[in-house]
Write a protein that binds this ligand. Structure first.
Ligand SMILES: CC(=O)SCCNC(=O)CCNC(=O)[C@H](O)C(C)(C)COP(=O)(O)OP(=O)(O)OC[C@H]1O[C@@H](n2cnc3c(N)ncnc32)[C@H](O)[C@@H]1OP(=O)(O)O
Length: 467
């Protein structure tokens, strides 16, 4: 880490100095600068890319969280921090530039310790030392994968056309390696900054727990010399649970495709490899921990492609589609069940390793795809989705007297925030009113609209890929 206008030793590193109390009037207090506004992080794979304006600037989820209290940096005038993060060894170097420092009543932020929070041991003090890592650590990824196991690549359809969009054909030129046991800790320690910067709401995994495995996607670059040409594209951290009495479950905890490679099919390919692992090892199921919408989108597309050709569920699916067509669910006063039979849930889990929750999500979209032409059955379909969402939010007893949903002020997404309200005698008391009821209906309508949009989008993509 270094500075241009000021020596790095000028930076405050004594925690006691971090938040000195100022005595000026509050109106004159240093307003600070948002970390997000003065830090830029570039991902570089060659030393020539350092200082180049054309390098890949990444877009971290939130840099403010690395700075105490309100995420602001205090005490600097004209502060600009440029971080170069190596995608070869994952070391980082920070170039810190500022015109002057002074305590404007809020102390002078300790930049060193904040950057250490982000990059830990990967942070290199001297630029020269950082530049040297491109040669001294050039075999790092190669050495990691040499301790791992190469996995079979998926041959399933779905991404090949997208991959060919890339004129360099990058997405077809990759391999996946599984790293387990002792090397996981060392490798993951290097990957932690990427996880914290690029995966929303992530926390580092416990590297002392031997049940974590890392699946690494690498690309061999043909134009470079032997030994050098291996880049990491992305990785997944997967937890292997024991399931009594003699089975195992896999849980995808974190997945990241490096920003320059996102949207080129690598994430989907990695998920397909994980599906292959789950099926070939005959584990109980493969689940995903709190998937982001973007991941859930890719995952659902892949699962739908598998389900559409999975013959054991096709009869059940046709039967439910026919019932919807003839029963007209939108006209029924009682909510009706159009879910899959239990045997289908079990078949899907056993053969495809898709768990029930994910299968139900996919089933809803399979019904949409089956109701052809969908426009004719849209009212019925929407009624089914509405009933399902209502049940998900307030449980199976939603129609029971005395239980109502109301929307409540919340710091979370308003669209998904409800509270259940139960009165003693079945009458609604307190603040629930006609107004609250219509708010509740509006919230439900918005949720249904969102889900309908999502279903339509995925159904279109899947139809396109299977044509
Ligand atoms: C359990 C967890 O780890 S949850 C956190 C998941 N990880 C992250 O959010 C980190 C940042 N994102 C990523 O690393 C990647 O974008 C992943 C892993 C989510 C997906 O990998 P990619 O290689 O980008 O996906 P891939 O190219 O196979 O598929 C692209 C699809 O994902 C969608 N997608 C990719 N990135 C995003 C995004 N940031 N936002 C919304 N959608 C996205 C695209 O719309 C595309 O869908 P389409 O083909 O239907 O148009």
């Amino acid at each position: 880490m270094g500075t241009k206008n000021q020596a790095s030793s000028d930076l405050v590193s004594d925690p006691k100095k971090k938040r000195r109390v100022g005595f000026g009037k509050s109106a004159q207090l240093d307003p600070g600068v948002e970390a997000n506004d003065c830090i830029k992080i570039y991902l570089v794979s060659r030393k020539e890319e350092v200082d180049s304006p054309d390098s890949c600037c990444i877009d971290p989820i939130d840099l403010n969280k690395f700075f105490e209290d309100d995420g602001k940096i205090y005490g600097y005038k004209g502060l600009k921090i440029t971080v170069w993060l190596s995608s070869i060894s994952f070391h980082a170097y920070a170039d810190i530039v500022f015109e002057s420092t002074s305590d404007g009543g809020k102390g002078i932020t300790d930049l060193k310790s904040a950057l250490k929070n982000m990059f830990a041991e990967n942070l290199v003090e001297k630029k020269e030392e950082f530049l040297n890592t491109f040669s001294s650590e050039r075999l790092y990824i190669k050495s990691v994968i040499s301790s791992g196991v190469a996995l079979e690549q998926p041959t399933a359809n779905g991404r090949s056309s997208d991959s060919s969009k890339n004129s360099k054909g990058e997405a077809s030129d990759f391999e996946v390696f599984k790293v387990a046991g002792e090397p996981v800790g060392h490798l993951y320690s290097r990957l932690v900054p990427l996880v914290l910067l690029l995966i929303d709401g992530s926390n580092p995994i416990d590297i002392n727990d031997p049940r974590w495995e890392i699946y690494m996607v690498v690309r061999k670059t043909a134009d470079l010399q032997e030994d050098i040409g291996i880049n990491m594209i992305g990785f997944a951290a997967v937890y292997r649970f024991h399931r009594y009495p003699d089975s195992q479950r896999l849980r995808l905890g974190q997945i990241l495709v490096l920003p320059p490679y996102q949207g080129k099919g690598y994430g989907g390919s990695l998920l397909k490899v994980l599906n292959n692992v789950a099926v070939s090892e005959d584990v109980y199921d493969l689940t995903v921990e709190e998937p982001e919408d973007s991941l859930q989108h890719v995952r659902t597309k892949i699962d739908l492609q598998r389900l559409l050709v999975f013959s054991p569920i096709q009869n059940a699916l046709s039967a439910v589609v026919s019932r919807i067509k003839s029963e007209n669910p939108s006209k029924r006063s009682e909510p009706c069940q159009y879910g899959p039979p239990r045997s289908a849930v079990e078949d899907v889990r056993k053969s495809l390793k898709i768990n029930k929750r994910q299968f139900l999500q996919c089933w809803e979209i399979l019904l949409y795809l089956g109701l052809d032409p969908i426009d004719k059955y849209m009212e019925s379909y929407r009624a089914i989705v509405t009933a399902r969402i209502k049940t998900d939010i307030i449980g199976k007893d939603s129609e029971v007297v005395g239980k109502r949903i109301i929307d409540v002020p919340t710091e979370f997404d308003q669209e998904t925030s409800f509270a259940m309200f139960k009165s003693q005698n079945g009458n609604v008391t307190g603040s629930e009113s006609d107004g609250a009821k219509s708010n509740q209906e509006e919230s439900l309508r918005q949720l249904v609209d969102e889900r309908m949009k999502e279903i339509k989008l995925i159904a279109e993509k899947v139809s396109m890929s299977t044509r």
